[in-house]
Design a protein around this ligand. Structure first.
Ligand code: FES
Length: 576
């Protein structure tokens, strides 16, 4: 990039530290109170390291070290680093669901950056919601930003088998429920699954979103596939620290990177990865912050022209560590270069095409060739019909093929409590051809749109060897999950979407190839059910939950808050 570089007195932080005023005197004086010499921070880019480390975020236990490595890089490049802790939103421990707090993290990130003397930022995250949360906040704030992905943990191992987080737990838990795993077997599994710092190591939501952050141009090239505990991960953190300082001088903001073409790239990569279904919601929300409308049809259009080349669980067989050794995301991107907008700018100041030029693939089973894809078309399909007027999605690559065109009788659960109370009842009227339906799993109904969408197969069917059924809900599904699960049914049942009116025994038909989802109930009957329907009571009357249920949008709009979409710029804080 050749453009005029900023001068020190044009830095945002100069408003805090530069003027000869009583207030700026206080800012400088208090920095010196902490032991910083005046010349350390005066006239230098102040880099906020937004760190989602916490003792309860199991995937981010190395991020304190990474923050220090970023600081080293910032200082080497002549900047001044400050660490800003932000809500960690760990997938495992955050209840009722981490999704409820993605928008909280996004707000916190934006306001942390706005309210402090920060010129640019490095965002440290990786566990599912932290990637979109941090990026949404940084997009809205609009100062230069680099995303530093936490990286995936090492492969899981148990009794000679390689295991993937989530995906294999779900499978083994089904065996446990079918009576095929003893207490000892089950307990010994626990220590084999998660062997190091880092995120889940399948192509779940975390790996997908980290890869998409790189595809959007928001990470250094190759950053998203490095295992969390590899020495090159620490080196990448140093380099991110060095680079962000130059980005501040060049005023390389997210708005210059996150174009419509960049989002098309991210969708293309999502499909080639057979990425998590959650990516649709998160990309839609991130694009909304950038002022870009991403209709569900765009995902479907791109899905139809993009082969799945990444052979990782849950759709395939390998894990993130294998992906890294096989050439990683750069290798994959090079294989689909003709499907990408290679002129898109990235955080290192080069184009995506320049960043992936010459990237090699070392294992054609992990990163398939174009002639031998895992699937000839993309990993996610968007369905519409009278059951989902505003859309629903399914990941066909993770479903048993026989279920991709299916008609069956509904077995309806009114809530997750109802489901867990009855699903294993020996008297439940259910067969392998039934369609399991869960209501009240959406943004408002649950609330927070939890990952309830992989409804459990009834125990009596598990014993008969059934391992997949058509399941439909307005909830999400873990990116590590699998099965014929129709998700994100929109509008959700809690706001009176048609899902609310499904009853036991109704016939439901799905045809993935035709992209349809149909409830075989007459219009007159549906009208009568709609008129008799009562909305469920609100879950919260105060606190963050109350703000959430008043402002969260539906899944097709990204489940962001309505007041956080792109709009008029927010004024810089006044400093008197
Ligand atoms: Fe953090 Fe899976 S629990 S990525």
């Amino acid at each position: 990039m050749s453009q005029r570089r900023k001068q020190p007195d044009e830095l945002r932080s100069f408003r805090w530290f530069g003027p000869d005023t009583h207030r700026a005197f206080g800012h400088r004086s208090r920095m010196q109170e902490m032991g910083f010499a005046r010349e350390e921070f005066m006239g230098k880019p102040v880099i906020g390291i937004v760190n989602t480390w916490s003792d309860t975020n199991t995937c981010h236990s190395h991020l304190r070290d990474r923050a220090n490595e970023v600081k080293r890089g910032v200082m080497q490049a002549g900047g001044f680093p400050v660490e800003l802790p932000a809500m960690s939103v760990g997938e495992q421990m955050t209840k009722p669901t981490s999704m409820m707090y993605r928008n909280f993290l996004a707000m916190e990130t934006e306001e942390l950056l706005r309210s402090q003397p920060i010129d640019g930022c490095v965002l440290l995250g990786g566990c599912d919601k932290t990637t979109p949360g941090l990026l949404m906040g940084a997009i809205s704030m609009g100062i230069p930003a680099i995303y530093l992905p936490a990286g995936a943990m090492l492969r899981g191992h148990w009794r000679g088998k390689t295991l993937g987080s989530g995906t294999d737990v779900f499978k083994l838990h089904a065996e446990r429920r079918a009576g095929n795993l003893s207490d000892d077997d089950w307990n010994s599994l626990e220590s084999g699954f998660a062997r190091s710092a880092g995120t889940c190591m399948v192509m779940g939501t975390a790996s997908t979103m980290m890869s998409l952050a790189e595809s959007l141009g928001m990470t250094l090239p190759g950053a998203s596939t490095i295992p969390a505990v590899d020495a090159t991960h620490a080196q990448m953190a140093v380099r991110a620290g060095m680079r962000i300082v130059d980005m501040v001088w060049d005023d390389l903001t997210p708005a210059k990177i996150l174009t419509r073409e960049a989002f098309d790239n991210a969708i293309t990569v999502d499909m080639a990865l057979s990425g998590s279904t959650n990516a649709i919601i998160h990309l839609t929300a991130m694009a909304g912050r950038a002022g870009i409308d991403l209709p569900a049809e765009r995902f479907d259009e791109i899905s139809k022209r993009t082969p799945v080349l990444c052979n990782l669980k849950p759709a395939g067989t390998h894990l993130m560590e294998d992906f890294y050794y096989a050439g990683g995301l750069r290798g994959l991107l090079n294989r689909i270069g003709d499907l990408l907008n290679l002129d898109c700018l990235t955080v290192n100041g080069r184009t995506l095409g320049e960043n992936i030029a010459g990237a090699e693939v070392y294992d054609d089973d992990v990163i398939r060739t174009r002639g031998n894809p895992l699937s000839p078309t993309g990993g996610t399909a968007v369905l519409r019909g009278n059951l989902a007027p505003d859309g629903a999605i399914i990941k066909p690559t993770a479903a048993e093929p026989r279920l991709l065109k299916h008609r069956g009788k509904a077995v309806v659960f009114e809530s997750v409590d109802d489901m867990y109370a009855r699903v294993d009842d020996e008297n439940l009227d259910v067969t392998a051809d039934s369609v399991l339906v869960l209501k009240n799993g959406g943004p408002l109904g649950a609330p927070g749109m939890p990952e309830w969408g992989q409804l459990p197969i009834p125990k009596k069917l598990l014993r008969d060897g059934v391992r997949d059924m058509l399941r439909i809900s307005d909830a999400r599904m873990s990116g590590t999950s699998y099965g014929a699960c129709v998700l994100h049914v929109c509008p959700e049942s809690a706001v009176g979407g048609p899902l609310a009116f499904v009853r036991d025994g109704d016939e439901i038909e799905m045809d993935v190839e035709a992209r349809t989802l149909h409830l075989h109930v007459s219009e007159a009957e549906l009208k009568a059910r709609r008129e008799a329907w009562q909305p469920p009571p609100a879950h919260y009357s105060r606190g963050y939950g109350s703000l959430y249920i008043q402002h969260v949008t539906q899944a097709d709009k990204g489940a962001d808050f309505d007041f956080l979409h792109a709009g008029e710029p927010i004024p810089e804080p006044k400093i008197f």
